[in-house]
Design a protein around this ligand. Structure first.
Ligand SMILES: CC(C)(COP(=O)(O)OP(=O)(O)OC[C@H]1O[C@@H](n2cnc3c(N)ncnc32)[C@H](O)[C@@H]1OP(=O)(O)O)[C@@H](O)C(=O)NCCC(=O)NCCS
Length: 194
């Protein structure tokens, strides 16, 4: 075993433990979305005041056609977290994470991390345990987002690689949007535990 692989496996062991501890408190609130969630998903994203807010129709698509790659946290009827994602048609081994939002009242409790771990686990099970690589674009100064994906890579003991992707010019003709480089995290290939 190479030195790198040893480090990775130690990281996974310690992290898996903390993930289990954290997921115990949120697991019962996590589920696939349904068509009834689109309006609350739209509101949750708008309430972050930092994410681009898309139409309710877009969230309705994510909650129906993309429900298998989307997850929500529903705490007794209050939608307090979501991750919308999909498999790019030409790269089906990739889970492209589009938006992550947690209500202010639920932040700092590990919810976003548990949602992503649960979603990746679900997607891999749906695909008979095949490895998955997580991708997301993150603007350079989005500290929270970078910390979130960095923590995910560390927990799973995999590399996080950054490369140029969407540019400011593609996103806003007046240059009012930052570049969105791509983060590639993975592949997540650990054996699935029952
Ligand atoms: C970013 C956001 C999703 C984090 O949700 P959360 O449930 O509070 O995050 P978690 O508690 O699961 O934290 C996951 C990791 O990110 C880190 N993190 C979360 N928010 C952070 C912040 N504001 N600054 C620095 N690090 C942060 C945590 O320390 C944790 O790392 P650790 O496991 O090494 O301790 C939430 O703050 C949010 O919805 N923000 C507005 C929307 C947004 O920016 N979305 C893009 C996120 S990809």
């Amino acid at each position: 075993m190479s030195r790198g692989a040893g480090i990775a496996s130690r990281t996974w062991t310690a992290a898996a433990k903390s993930t289990v501890v954290r997921s115990n408190s949120w697991a019962r609130f996590l589920r696939r979305p349904s068509d009834r969630d689109a309006i609350a998903m739209h509101r949750l994203v708008a309430d972050t005041r930092v994410l681009d807010v898309n139409s309710t129709y877009t969230y309705l698509l994510m909650a129906t056609d993309f429900a298998d790659t989307t997850i929500v946290a529903d705490r007794d009827g209050e939608l307090c977290g979501l991750i919308t994602a999909y498999h790019p048609p030409v790269r089906p081994e990739v889970l492209f994470v589009w938006q992550v939002a947690v209500a202010e009242s639920a932040r700092g409790t590990g919810l976003a991390g548990v949602m992503l771990d649960t979603l990746v686990d679900r997607v891999r099970r749906d695909r008979h345990g095949h490895p998955v690589t997580v991708e997301a674009t993150v603007s350079p100064d989005n500290t929270a987002s970078r910390a979130f994906f960095g923590a995910f890579a560390k927990r799973h003991g995999v590399l996080l690689v950054e490369q140029p992707h969407f540019t400011s010019a593609q996103l806003d003709s007046d240059g009012n949007h930052e570049d969105e480089p791509l983060l590639r995290i993975g592949p997540i290939a650990t054996p699935m535990v029952d």
